[in-house]
Design a protein around this ligand. Structure first.
Ligand code: PLP
Length: 240
């Protein structure tokens, strides 16, 4: 990449970030929240490691990926660069059980824990790597598990399974708004689910909800983590 192209991309990313931060601030102002309570996870899937490096330079400390191979390659590419030590890697995609051990080697917070077999495999991987991996229970808000997520009624049992492993840390809940649903209504159940977990597990404070299209609704219901890709990096359909 030439210096000029890199400068253009940096400016593009800076503009995307500024626009998203302005949306978050406006949404917080509208419901009386402090923007400092929110973690913006920039979803870098399909974009190159060079974008992650530029984002780090622009003050981003949380990045999200959804495929093991791609994520691991970016973690390796960033290792040793300035700022890499401050990066938190979020794994936000469905995890095949046979990939879970590998994901546990680099992911700091896995947002998409949705079944007991995955809990067991992540715990084995975390132990083998000598790491403690944060986990969110992904909740299916429409009861259709095809896009990942466990039904609402199974959340406490799955959370208990995570909390039972010393190599994992139960951090809260995550959800994706169902297609076509009103996100404000769909997300409304999340604070209650999180509060129920937090009563036994004080560190289970996270509500991960909200993407480029519906981050305002997530802020309104009390999300702590927003997962935003295209509004920062550009439309994934328009790049190679
Ligand atoms: C891709 C993805 C996002 C980000 O989506 P955008 O619409 O690009 O903001 C958030 N969460 C999950 C689970 C994703 O797969």
């Amino acid at each position: 990449m030439s210096v000029d192209a890199s400068g253009d991309r940096r400016a593009e990313l800076a503009a995307g970030l500024a626009a998203v931060r302005a949306r978050i601030e406006a949404a917080c102002a509208a419901c009386g929240r402090d923007p400092g309570e929110l973690t913006l996870v920039v979803v870098t899937k399909t974009y190159p490691a060079s974008d992650v490096a530029l984002l780090t330079d622009l003050g981003v400390h949380d990045v999200g990926e959804n495929r093991d191979q791609e994520a691991a390659a970016k973690v390796a590419a960033l290792a040793g660069t300035p700022g890499a030590g401050r990066l938190t890697w979020h794994f936000i995609g469905q995890v095949q059980t046979n990939k879970a051990r590998h994901v546990a080697r680099y992911a700091d917070l896995v947002h998409s824990v949705d079944r007991p077999a995955l809990v067991d495999a992540l715990a084995k991987g975390a132990r083998a790597a000598g790491r403690r991996v944060g986990c969110l229970v992904q909740v299916s808000l429409d009861g259709d598990p095809s896009r990942g997520g466990t039904p609402v009624e199974d959340v406490p049992a799955l959370a208990g399974a995570i909390a039972g492993y010393p190599d994992l840390e139960l951090r809260g809940v995550m959800a994706v708004a169902p297609l076509g649903a009103d996100p404000l209504q769909a997300f409304a159940v999340l604070p209650r689910l999180r509060d129920r977990l937090r009563s036994d597990h004080p560190r289970a404070e996270v509500i991960s909800a909200g993407m480029s299209a519906d981050l305002e609704a997530a802020v309104t219901v009390g999300a702590t983590h927003l997962r935003v890709g295209s509004a920062v990096l550009g439309s994934r359909s328009r790049h190679g």
